[in-house]
Design a protein around this ligand. Structure first.
Ligand code: P1T
Length: 380
């Protein structure tokens, strides 16, 4: 079946007990057992819940993986994956990461003696020389947050295979509609389902999808042992959002192109970052590994903090808010918001400057979005 059909059908057969067409919210912490050791497949909601199981099956199918796991947040999903590491292990990661991922790496895991090397993942020579005997994992985020750099998943995964290292891809920005890392031989996909997967800015959630049963069992063990699972209601909302992922992503992309092209010509814009623009340094790699370029556009305004503040204050359709991937357009000031925990030096190195604004282009009419940007840019 095609992606659109799987999003609506997989894991979502009519309810066995009642025939309910839509998967019910099994809002229960526990399941009554018939006798010791005999149950209907569920015991306790932290270990498993039918609503969550439906979402997990659907997510696995959309990523073209075998096993899905759903979490209370993207960071909870990442934490469960990283729990496979042991003191002394080494991880390779790009300089460019979501700020919270970087904080998890450097402020939670490094104190536990898990070591990280951060480097430029667009440089194959540096990448090849970063592997150590203790390297266990490579972490790939592409497109990156917020500067939308593109890393070549197949090339990095190939290098990982040569060194017997697990590859993890954070597929939050692209979604499985535009990018399928498991099909490029990556071992693990992680998501913040808070974003496009749910798509309506009303749930914080995360996911892990894998093909390998051994990895699945390990991550599932940490999911249950650490306990950062999604609630039945959050799983249900996410499943409801997921049904329309394909049409949403198509329209997010159309609107993002409209916004990127409008901003490219605007005299108060210094530069536009959108992987769908031919001048973008990652354009060719994006074309190779993605079937679309997504809904995020980052822009450098001509000016500094005070000009950007005036611009952001005057936006009427875009909301100044963290997060992305919802139907409503958002503007994020990365240096003070999502990437506040990044060291200043690193921010400058990767292009998170005080004139950078990240736009999550939503599903409002494209003309209303460009009109809004135009009037706010006229304010400074
Ligand atoms: O917020 P949470 O659901 O825990 O997901 C963390 C996360 C992981 N990976 C990527 C690429 C992300 O962008 C995020 C969360 N990002 C934002 C909140 C943001 O505004 O960028």
């Amino acid at each position: 079946m095609h992606f659109e059909t799987r999003a609506i059908r997989v894991g979502q057969e009519p309810d066995e007990a009642t025939g309910a067409t839509i998967v019910p919210i099994y809002q229960t912490s526990t399941f009554t057992q018939e006798e010791i050791g005999r149950n209907k497949g569920f015991e306790y909601t932290r270990s498993g819940n039918p609503t969550r199981a439906a979402l997990e099956a659907c997510l696995a199918s959309l990523e073209e993986g075998k096993y899905g796991l759903s979490f209370a947040s993207g960071l909870a999903a990442e934490h469960a994956v990283l729990s496979m590491l042991r003191p002394g292990d080494h991880v390779i990661a790009p300089f460019d990461l979501y700020g919270g991922t970087y904080r998890l790496f450097t402020q939670v895991l490094e104190p536990m003696n898990i070591r990280f090397t951060f480097l430029d993942f667009t440089d194959p020579v540096k990448l090849a020389s970063a592997f150590l005997p203790e390297t266990r994992m490579a972490w790939i985020e592409t497109p990156t947050n917020p500067t939308l750099k593109i890393f070549d998943i197949a090339a990095i995964v190939n290098e990982c295979h040569r060194h017997n290292v697990l590859s993890v891809v954070d597929n939050t920005f692209a979604t499985p509609y535009f990018q399928k890392p498991l099909s490029l031989e990556a071992d693990i996909v992680v998501h913040s389902t808070t974003k496009y997967i749910n798509g309506h800015s009303d749930v914080v959630g995360g996911a892990v999808v894998v093909n390998d049963k051994v990895i699945w069992n390990k991550v599932r063990f940490y999911q249950n042992s650490i306990g950062g699972v999604s609630s039945p209601f959050d799983a249900w909302l996410t499943l409801r959002g997921l049904k329309t992922l394909a049409v949403r992503m198509q329209q997010h992309e159309r609107n993002a192109f409209a916004v990127a092209r409008f901003l490219q010509k605007h005299p108060k814009i210094e530069g536009v970052l959108y992987p769908g623009l031919e001048g973008h340094p990652g354009y060719n790699t994006a074309k190779k590994q993605m079937t679309g370029f997504g809904g995020l556009v980052s822009v450098y305004l001509k000016g500094g903090f005070s000009e950007v503040n005036l611009f952001l204050k005057n936006l009427k359709v875009f909301s100044l808010a963290e997060s992305l991937g919802g139907v409503e357009s958002l503007a994020n000031y990365s240096t003070r918001m999502t990437h506040a925990s990044y060291p200043e030096k690193l921010k400058n190195q990767i292009g998170i400057t005080d004139n950078l604004v990240r736009l999550s282009v939503g599903l409002e009419h494209a003309d209303d979005l460009t009109d809004d940007l135009k009037q706010a840019l006229a304010k400074f």
